[in-house]
Ligand binder design. Structure first.
Ligand SMILES: [Zn+2]
Length: 262
């Protein structure tokens, strides 16, 4: 029997619960799973990603039940140890030219800023998930009536991937899935499993624009991977700190994960 290779192990802290988990980089076998899924539809790609994440966490989590921002974070960490810790992100220098001055960018467009593209190295290991203080799952609607929401999970993302986007209102589908309960001023609580889909749609459709916006705000302020990057333009010497947010921003140049949609 051939000798077995030892796989390095690392620790990460799950953003949603603070629980510490052990993970390993993905191997050639798992890279193959990811690459093969690239030629298939969205739901196969999501399934492949789920499989690789669960393998690399030694089966300690059920990825479908995790919030999407946990998946984002875990993926960045696994990818960092599997492929490379440092990625380069191209930034365009937005330093304004002196008043009235203009020049042409490579496409021939007239611009009034520097426009130089600078590749800035970012260490994926240093990226953390940041919680937004205005992200509140309890939404007070009116006269003591309100909704309690929960984070969208990877399972929901999977479900949306299978739906025909033209036929369905995705944002409504997300909200329906994330309602945990509805409460009123008498202290009565209506748990999601005891509310029918139709009843819940009728309730949501009765919200005013302002109330609906409050519900949407929860989804717009979910925790997200975020990192401050120092940008320095060698052409005009402009220096600025840029905040990069969301997995896509960090891995846009990486075709494998880009296609996987997170
Ligand atoms: Zn510049």
């Amino acid at each position: 029997m051939l000798p077995q290779l030892r796989v390095p192990q690392y620790k990460l802290t799950l953003p949603s619960t603070g629980k510490e988990l052990t993970y390993r980089p993905f191997t050639v076998k798992e890279e193959k799973i990811l690459l093969m899924a690239l030629d298939e539809d969205d739901s196969s790609q999501i399934r492949a990603l789920r499989q690789v994440i669960e393998n690399c966490l030694f089966g300690a989590v059920n990825a479908t039940k995790l919030p999407t921002f946990d998946i984002d974070y875990i993926w960045l960490k696994i990818r960092s140890k599997s492929i490379e810790e440092i990625v380069t992100i191209p930034f365009e220098c937005r330093n304004k030219l002196p008043e009235g001055e203009k020049h042409k960018d490579p496409d021939g467009q007239e611009i009034d800023y520097c426009g130089n593209i600078v590749n800035v190295p970012v260490n994926l290991d240093l990226i953390e998930t940041v919680k937004n203080p205005s992200n509140n799952p309890k939404i007070e609607l009116q006269d003591g009536i309100g909704i309690v929401l929960k984070y969208p999970t990877f399972e929901l993302f999977q479900k949306l991937g299978q739906l025909n986007e033209k036929d369905i209102d995705n944002s409504l589908e997300i909200i329906l899935d994330c309602v945990e309960m509805i409460y009123d001023s008498t202290g009565a609580v209506y748990e999601r499993e005891n509310i029918s889909r139709d009843e819940l749609i009728t309730f949501l459709e009765s919200l005013s624009q302002v109330q609906f916006a409050k519900v949407l705000e929860f989804f717009e302020t979910l925790p997200a991977v975020r990192h401050k990057v120092h940008f320095k333009c060698p052409k005009c010497k402009h220096e600025v700190d840029v905040v990069v947010e969301g997995t896509k921003s960090f891995l846009a140049s990486d075709s494998a994960t880009n296609h996987l949609g997170i």
